[in-house]
Every structure is written in C-alpha cells, then in structure tokens.
Design a protein around this ligand. Structure first.
Ligand code: SF4
Length: 369
C-alpha cells in the first residue's frame, strides 16, 4: 500500500455538486464495491455495488456511471493491441498500463522498456476523455459544464488525472479524484444510512459492465479479462472455460499458458513493486518468456490500494478480491466484447478498436523521468 493520507478534494466536489451551472458525473473503480461497506460496519468483502450507486445518486451527482464500463473498453483496446503485436511482430511482452503506481515506477526505473507498456490509458482516463466527448454529445451538453469525478482505491490516481497529457477531450479529462475513504466521508457528512440503501444501477450508457470489467480490481483480473477477449479476437470463437484460475490468488508472481488457435500464449501476473522488478529484469536482458504481463503496484491489486479503508492484512485483500470474482460469476455478461453498451459505443462513436478516434481519446505515451 502506498501513501495512506491523501490530499482531499471533498470540498471541491461538494462545491461542484452545489453549483447549478455544473453537470457532475461520477465513475467508481471496480475495487470500491468490495471495500466501501467496511466504512459502514458491513462485513469485509460485502459487495456494495448497488448501494454505492444509490449513495452517489443521493449525494447529488447528476449522472452516476461506472469505471467497470471503461475497464471493459480497456480490454477491447488492449486485447486488440496484444493481437496486433503478436501477429505483426510488435514489441513483446506487452505489459499492462492501468496502474499509475506501476507506470510511474516504470518511468523511473525501466525507461528503456516503455515500448513494452500498452499504450492504453487506464479505465479512469478512458472514462474521463469519453465523458466530455461521447457523453457530452449524447446528452447534448456543453462539455465545459461537465465536471468529471472519479472514486478510486488509490492515491496515485490523483497524480494520473493531473498528468498534463490527460486532456484529449479538449479539457481536463478527470477533474477530481476521490479515494474510497473520501467517498465514505461524503456519505457520512450527508447523513446517508448506507447500510439501509436499496440496490440501484448505474446509467447504462457508460455504466453497464461485464464480469471481466469487475475483476480488474483484483490481481490477475486484467489478465483474465484480456484473455477472454483476445481468444475471441484471434479465433472468432468464445473461450469455453472463462475461469483462468492460475492467474488468481495472492501468490506474488503467477503464470499461465493458454492455447489460442495453436499458439501457446504465455502470460504472467505480478503485484507489488518488488515482484514487478523480478518480472521486469528478465525483460531487460531479453530473457522473458512471456507474451503478456500484468503488473499492479499494490499487493493484491487495487482491492489493496492506498485509498481503500486502511488495512495491511493480505487475507482481507484476498476476501475483497474474491468478492469481485463472485460478482463476475453472477453477471449476465462475463466478456468485455459482449457488453451491449461497449458495442453501442463502437457502433455510434469510436468505430473500431485501435481506430483513429480510439487512438486519439483512449491511448497515450509514457516518458522517462
Ligand atoms: S494497483 Fe494500486 S496504484 Fe495501481 S491502480 Fe490499483 S490501487 Fe492504484
């Protein structure tokens, strides 16, 4: 876990909500729903996705969406990028890019290997650039009026949102980042009885999500989600067994090999920056056997992030992760490419993964620091 005391933006978010000239939209990362309940006396690992959406509506946000939607979108783009690299002789292994703690570490300590990192923005930033373009267009709203708020398990997401290149919508893509703890504070300040709230849905346009999107919050989840879709992209067929259990769990480094149309795709997952080093050093000397690597800065992945209710207990992180796998197993769609709202986004706006519009809004570059 990284920094445990964040610079709060609760007051700024309250001011935006109270400003009748502003239209305040909110997204919440996958890991929030597995931990927010702990702040209100619910048992660790209680899934509170529905209560979380209900609470955000009662706080006065004008549109409640969900980062899980853009986690699905990340998979569409990142899976397509992986297939392109494998088929086209691109730089391998490809490495995930959704953890800003990991990205900053790579920019400092592995600047020679930045070409390995997927050009996909994180789900937070994909959401940010679409909120002020796609959503603004659909809602027939001046993007200047939109204030984009995210709720993240992580203090590094505040830094990520402030990176100067994160303005592809023509505006600051994400205006304010709240941690899970800050959201809990707002709910308490508003006097909302969180535990008694009914379950409510996010708005489907940018709030519908699949099981693949929700497992992003646990170590190994991005890899598992990506493999479900990459298999379809390469073979045209659906992966039969969606539970890729070798990449689940709390082992520091996990590996799997998946047969994709006769090609043994080798993957690895690391969480915690010590394990990141162990997996990156062989890449540097050309000895990595993998095609695709997932790295998350925090032990356990985002469920163990520095913005979550504070705990250093790995068993608790494991419980939160299991909550996300349980939600995945129950959702009607479990593969990102099956998400009806993602299909609509491509049909009506982006056109195709890795297309011109996607490239402009959803991809980025890294720099040596
Ligand atoms: S792994 Fe940690 S640093 Fe990375 S996005 Fe998740 S919470 Fe943030």
């Amino acid at each position: 876990m990284g920094a445990i005391k964040e610079k709060s933006c609760v007051d700024e978010v309250w001011a935006a909500i109270d400003d009748p000239e502003k239209h305040v939209v909110v997204q919440e990362a996958p890991a929030i729903r597995a931990a927010l309940g702990e702040e209100f006396g619910l048992a660790p690992g209680t899934l509170v996705a529905g209560k979380m959406h209900a609470a955000l509506k009662r706080l006065g946000f004008d549109a409640v969406f969900d980062t899980n939607f853009t986690a699905d979108l990340t998979i569409m783009e990142e899976g397509s990028e992986l297939v392109k690299r494998i088929k086209g002789g691109g730089v391998l292994p490809q490495i995930t890019s959704c953890s800003p703690g990991w990205i900053k570490f790579a920019e400092h300590f592995y600047p020679d290997l930045l070409d390995h990192i997927s050009t996909c923005k994180s789900p937070q930033q994909m959401f940010g650039s679409l909120a002020k373009t796609y959503y603004a267009e659909k809602a027939e709203m001046d993007p200047k009026k939109i204030v984009s708020v995210s709720v993240m398990p992580c203090t590094a997401k505040k830094f990520e949102a402030s990176r100067p290149e994160m303005t592809d919508s023509g505006y600051q893509d994400v205006d304010y980042v709240l941690t899970t703890r800050e959201l809990a504070r707002m709910i308490k300040e508003a006097g909302i009885d969180f535990a008694s709230l009914p379950d409510e849905e996010a708005e489907p346009l940018m709030g519908m999500y699949t099981g693949a999107g929700t497992i992003f919050g646990a170590t190994g989840g991005v890899m598992e989600a990506a493999l479900r879709t990459a298999y379809k992209l390469v073979t045209g067929k659906e992966l039969e067994n969606l539970d890729i259990t070798p990449v689940r769990g709390m082992a520091g480094i996990k590996e799997a090999t998946v047969d994709v149309d006769g090609l043994d795709v080798k993957v690895a997952v690391a969480h915690g920056l010590g394990n990141a080093r162990k997996i990156m050093d062989p890449v540097r000397v050309g000895k990595s056997p993998y095609h695709f690597i997932e790295i998350m800065a925090c032990p356990g992945g985002c469920v163990g992030g520095g913005g979550q209710p504070i705990s250093f207990d790995m068993a608790l992180r494991s419980t939160r992760g299991q909550t996300l796998y349980n939600e995945d197993a129950k959702l009607p769609y479990r593969k990102s490419h099956e998400n009806p709202s993602i299909k609509r986004l491509y049909e009506e706006y982006l056109e195709e993964p890795l297309g011109e519009k996607s490239h402009h809004l959803l991809h980025t570059r890294y720099k040596s620091r």
